[in-house]
Design a protein around this ligand. Structure first.
Ligand SMILES: *Cc1c(COP(=O)(O)O)cnc(C)c1O
Length: 452
């Protein structure tokens, strides 16, 4: 399979290049040239398959040409060492719980898959017998909290890869910090005396520094990486299987709390492969750029607003480019919409929602009181968008993207409860913090890496 750039100004890439480079030379996002529809027989029998079997079928459609079947199967099965169950919250509203992985958020799926795929490429013998790809690959990741923990845990113990997590000192919660500073092994946490943007600048400068790139192989595990976002399609197929098993799959609406739009983009790729979901809702916090785009057809990025659902605080969602590209593609049009504009095709399938912090709090309280279900602030946006937009006869599934205990202080205060901390989260918090202190100067960071 070849991958082209959404900016169409870069050469097409192999899967390996797309995974190792992340971003195309023209700063565009990689897109698979072909999106294979899955056979009707697969959907007719989907409820008989396990999550891993479903995921492997989806993975094979994207990666089967480029990864040996046995290796791909192992990558998929290792990635999905946990379940993504669908739970009934109330009549017609179901929660797709994506928080049963090691760091209690959906990013675990993509991060674990990417780590294993990267390892596969590193260990694969090169064609000319040279072993230049066998050197350790160093993943640099800047985090404001959640990405660092998913990437660090996803790559933990994976041979041939070393991860450096850069995070702003004093700016991430203790729970988040413990998830990437207590791991040891191939994970180095770097506590930067600065803000998130300083961490990101250090990483960007490192990628551009010729001497450093000569010294060590560097790569990023950014969420725009095809190996991180495509595997997120797995659980949408599995959710459909769950609903079908209960004969509830007829008029499905899938609602995704969205920030950078990677998660919903994976769902839309699933739809393009034939996943029978009737329509989608992208639910936003106060960062309403996509919502406005749906209303007006204009995309106007804005500075990020800080909200209660902070993993969705994005003012210029990267994957917007993928959504536009997807619905501009002629191979995905049919007779009924081939004359329609991209905006028309998008609004026919996807609607939006946007919620203030006050509304998110009210939703969390109301849902807990009337159903007993504890929402986290991100999932709350998804739940409320279904409450507000479901039409008669439709059944909604929203993604609960993180465990409420990840935001314990907020959730406890809002719902007036004491959320139980899952054992695997408590275990991180008992671990010993190991981190390296760093100034925000690139010279210091470079000097440190040159000694590694
Ligand atoms: C990252 C994240 C989101 C946003 O997902 P995108 O793929 O960026 O749209 C939503 N909720 C949680 C808890 C997250 O960590």
């Amino acid at each position: 399979m070849k991958y082209y750039s959404t900016n169409h100004q870069a050469p097409v890439a192999t899967l390996e290049k797309a995974v190792v480079k992340g971003l195309a030379e023209d700063r565009g996002l990689y897109m698979p040239e072909i999106i294979k529809p899955l056979p009707k027989e697969f959907f007719d029998n989907i409820e008989k398959y396990s999550f891993q079997e479903i995921a492997y079928t989806v993975a094979d459609a994207f990666f089967g040409e480029d990864v040996d079947a046995d290796a791909l199967k192992k990558i998929v099965y290792d990635t999905l060492a946990f379940d993504c169950p669908v739970v009934k919250v109330e009549e017609n509203i179901y929660s797709l719980e994506l928080f049963h992985g090691p760091t209690l958020a959906f990013k675990d799926v993509g991060a674990r898959f990417m780590a294993r795929l990267l390892q596969y490429f590193i260990n694969r013998p090169t064609r000319n017998g040279a072993d230049e790809t066998r050197h350790t690959v160093n993943v640099l990741v800047a985090t404001s909290g959640d990405t660092g923990s998913a990437v660090a845990n996803g790559f933990l113990g994976v041979d041939g890869i070393h991860v450096y997590v850069l995070y702003p000192k004093g700016k991430v919660s203790k729970i988040q910090e413990s998830q990437f500073t207590t791991l040891g092994k191939n994970i180095t946490a770097i506590e930067v005396d600065g803000v998130f943007d300083d961490c990101q600048a250090l990483v960007k400068n490192a990628f551009m520094d010729a001497e450093l790139n000569e010294h060590m192989r560097l790569t990023s595990a950014n969420s725009i990486n095809v190996a991180r976002f495509l595997p997120q399609a797995f659980y949408y197929f599995n959710a459909y299987a769950w609903m079908k098993e209960k004969a509830l799959e007829g008029n499905l609406v899938m609602c995704v709390p969205s920030g950078n739009f990677g998660n919903i983009c994976a769902a839309l790729f699933g739809h393009a492969m034939g996943l029978p979901v009737k329509r989608f809702i992208a639910s936003n916090n106060a960062n309403d750029i996509f919502y406005k785009y749906l209303q007006t057809g204009k995309y106007e990025p804005k500075p990020t607003k800080q909200t209660l659902a902070n993993a969705m605080d994005v003012g210029d969602p990267s994957n917007f480019a993928r959504i536009i590209d997807l619905y501009s593609r002629e191979d995905l049009r049919n007779d009924s919409n081939k004359e329609h504009s991209t905006h028309e095709v998008i609004t026919a399938l996807i609607s939006g929602a946007t919620y203030t912090d006050e509304q998110i709090k009210e939703t969390m309280r109301q849902c807990h009181q009337s159903t007993g279900y504890i929402l986290d602030p991100h999932g709350a946006c998804g739940y409320q968008a279904l409450k507000d937009n479901l039409m008669p006869g439709e059944i909604g599934v929203f993604c609960e993207t993180a465990h409420p205990a990840k935001f314990k202080e907020k959730v406890d205060a809002i719902d007036n409860i004491d959320v139980e901390i899952p054992e695997r989260l408590a275990a991180f918090m008992k671990g010993k913090k190991q981190s390296i202190e760093m100034s925000k100067s690139f010279d210091d960071f470079k000097a440190f890496l040159m000694k590694e």
